[in-house]
Design a protein around this ligand. Structure first.
Ligand code: PMT
Length: 400
């Protein structure tokens, strides 16, 4: 469950911070990539050197790194994480989180995070029982945060009561149980095409397009995060995949993409065709560089490429789901709907080059999901990771 997951481990200033070292070890051992964010008071209890040695990453505590002046972006961190665990969560940090008091890196990261948040409170029994702590925890739970209740036992004060931070093993179990409940694509295999195709003119030139692969890769990451085994058939892009459940097959031309996609589709439950495939290839491709010194201007003879989505659509079996994309510049909905029929798609994701900050190369996209019966679901402009979530939600609802 933890393999490849990005976890922020937030550590506050309490005696239970020593247990965070064990928690960190368990998370890393389970295959998670962990970024520690510690409050200034937390550093009084546990040294950053211990934590960075175990996590393999510098520990973040301040907004700025003093010697380089570089800025630690709480926004980027919040977007990177699959989960944030705050353990121990002290009364002070709980109060700041509940009320949006963003005076340290841990609380600002929490306020920016879009991932699930887990808090393991740890404090003395009277602090734990105080109405303000209770109210703050209720508030945090009402925001959708997961509270991992503290245990009853002997506390740092030697008093016995409720306030001991839950054992690291149980914190890991709680997070794993959450991820397991989110794995709605577990046991499913998904094939995704992404990026452009290049059609060679000669050894140094090609016909291509502006696709960066960002949209397709975001869908691949989202499917893998939700438990699917993913085959990503990728045209030439400079992106990397981080989830070990993604098997990437690199191709260059549309015909290579067809071969790889066709083979993967035979064993897939779902195929999502996000690649921007060249419609033509060069029939008279030169084997040596075309020289400009020649008198006559070379003529490129184009031949139609296979339609990969339509080829798979013709073979689709009743239990398989085929999702297409439509990249349009005009008459968007009409054109997209005609592609659903021609390619035998279950639904299509329409994006238009007329929308600002959408489509090629951007980090955001604005899409409309159109069903085979013509029903349209428009979505706002949002980061491609969130667009991917909307598309995968639609896939999951149809698999059910
Ligand atoms: O990669 P990014 O920079 O993040 O940009 C994302 C994107 C704009 C490329 C993506 O969101 C997108 O719209 N992908 C589809 C682009 C496209 O080729 O659209 P189309 O309307 O020409 O094709 C319709 C569908 O048929 C698509 O699913 C396409 O993959 C598929 N197709 C097209 C031609 C062909 N020969 N074979 C195909 O399978």
């Amino acid at each position: 469950m933890m393999k490849g997951k990005h976890i922020i481990l937030g550590i506050c200033g309490g005696i239970a911070a020593y247990k965070s070292v064990y928690l960190l070890r368990l998370l890393v051992k389970a295959g998670a990539e962990v970024q520690v964010v510690i409050t200034p008071a937390g550093k009084e209890f546990i040294t950053p050197v211990t934590l960075s040695s175990l996590s393999g990453k510098p520990v973040i505590s301040e907004f700025f790194t003093a010697n380089t002046g570089s800025w630690n972006s709480h926004v980027d961190l919040g977007l990177w994480a699959d989960a944030m665990i705050i353990a121990p969560a002290t009364a002070s940090t709980i109060g700041k989180m509940a009320n949006g008091i963003a005076d340290n890196m841990l609380v600002t990261t929490y306020l920016s995070a879009k991932c699930p948040i887990f808090l393991a409170p740890a404090m003395d029994l009277d602090m734990m029982a105080h109405p303000s702590t209770k109210r703050n925890l209720e508030l945090l739970a009402s925001y959708g945060n997961h509270i991992i209740e503290p245990a009853v036992g002997e506390l740092a004060s030697h008093l016995v009561g409720k306030g001991r931070m839950e054992e690291p093993e149980n914190i890991v179990k709680a997070v794993e149980a959450y991820f397991s409940s989110q794995c709605d694509l577990k046991g499913r295999s998904v094939m995704i095409t992404a990026g452009p195709t290049y059609e060679r003119i000669d050894p140094v030139r090609f016909i291509g397009n502006y696709s960066s692969g960002k949209m397709g890769y975001a869908i691949a990451e989202e499917c893998a995060r939700r438990g699917a085994e993913v085959t990503l058939v990728s045209g030439p892009v400079s992106l990397k995949c981080s989830n070990p459940r993604i098997r990437r097959i690199d191709v260059e031309s549309a015909r290579e993409m067809l071969e790889a996609a066709d083979e993967a589709f035979a064993t897939s439950d779902v195929a999502i065709m996000c690649a921007a495939v060249a419609d033509y290839y060069v029939e008279n491709r030169a084997t040596t560089k075309i020289k400009r010194e020649k008198d006559e201007i070379p003529q490129i003879v184009l031949k139609r490429n296979p339609d990969i989505a339509a080829t798979l659509g013709a073979k689709k079996r009743p239990w398989q789901l085929l999702v297409g994309f439509a990249l349009e510049t005009d008459n968007e909905a009409v054109n997209a709907k005609s592609k659903i029929e021609r390619k035998n798609l279950d639904f299509i994701v329409l994006n238009s080059l007329r929308d600002k900050d959408a489509c090629f190369g951007t980090d955001t996209n604005k899409v409309t999901i159109i069903a085979a019966d013509g029903a349209e679901k428009p979505f706002a402009l949002k980061p491609k990771s969130e667009v991917a979530r909307d598309i995968v939600d639609e896939v999951v609802s149809r698999l059910r």
